[in-house]
Design a binder for this molecule. Structure first.
Ligand SMILES: Cc1cc2nc3c(=O)[nH]c(=O)nc-3n(C[C@H](O)[C@H](O)[C@H](O)COP(=O)(O)O)c2cc1C
Length: 166
C-alpha cells in the first residue's frame, strides 16, 4: 500500500459504492467490519469528507457513537463473499473477521484498523453526524425504504489518509 494525496485520488464514486461496495470498519476495542453501499465523497468545511449512512439498528451504529473514527475499505473482487457476509451478519453475534476470512491491520492516523489487502482504504475522523429527517423527504419512494422507521444517521468523516494498492 502506498499513501496517496487525497486530491490525487482517481475513483468512479458511483460505481465504487453502488456496485463494488465497501467495508466500513468502526470500533476501537472490538473493531467490526460492515458492508456499505450508500455514501459519498466531497468537500465540506474546506476539508475532504467521506460520508457513510448507518441505520441505528446496526451494531456499527453504537461503535461509531463510542469511537468517532472509521475506515472505508474497498477490497478486491475475490473478497466479494466477505462483503456479502459482512452485509448479512451482525458483529453483535459473531466475529466477522474470522467468519469472512479478512484480517485487520493498523491504520496510520486513526485508532480503528483497515482491512488488510484492500485496494483502497480511507482513514476518517467523524466531524459531525446528522440524522436523516423523514419530514424532509421529498420523493415518496424514499419512506417505504424504512418499514421499521430506522432512519439513517449520516457520519461525515474527514479523510485523514488514503492508502492505495501499488
Ligand atoms: C450491499 C450492501 C450494502 C449495505 N449498505 C448499508 C449501508 O450503507 N448502511 C447501512 O446501515 N446498512 C447497510 N447494509 C446492511 C448492513 O451491512 C448489515 O445490516 C450488517 O449485517 C450490519 O452489520 P453490524 O450489525 O455488524 O453493524 C448493506 C448491506 C449490503 C449487503
Amino acid at each position: 500500500m502506498q499513501r496517496v494525496a487525497v486530491e490525487d485520488l482517481t475513483i468512479r464514486p458511483f460505481h465504487l459504492l453502488d456496485k463494488e461496495w465497501a467495508l466500513l470498519v468502526a470500533g476501537k476495542e472490538r473493531p467490526n467490519p460492515m458492508t456499505v453501499s450508500w455514501g459519498g465523497f466531497g468537500t465540506l468545511w474546506n476539508r475532504p469528507v467521506a460520508t457513510v449512512y448507518v441505520r441505528p439498528t446496526r451494531f456499527t451504529f453504537g461503535l461509531l457513537a463510542e469511537e468517532p473514527h472509521f475506515t472505508l475499505n474497498f477490497v478486491p473482487d475475490m473478497l466479494r463473499p466477505a462483503l456479502e457476509l459482512c452485509g448479512r451478519v451482525s458483529g453483535r453475534d459473531s466475529d466477522k473477521w474470522s467468519a469472512a476470512g479478512i484480517v485487520p491491520e493498523p491504520s496510520s492516523t486513526v485508532p480503528v484498523p483497515r482491512v488488510a489487502g484492500a485496494r483502497l482504504a480511507l482513514e476518517c475522523r467523524v466531524l459531525a453526524s446528522v440524522d436523516l429527517d423523514p419530514g424532509r423527504f421529498l420523493d415518496p419512494a424514499i419512506l417505504p425504504l424504512y418499514p421499521r422507521g430506522d432512519f439513517h444517521r449520516a457520519f461525515l468523516g474527514e479523510v485523514l489518509a488514503v492508502w492505495a494498492a501499488e
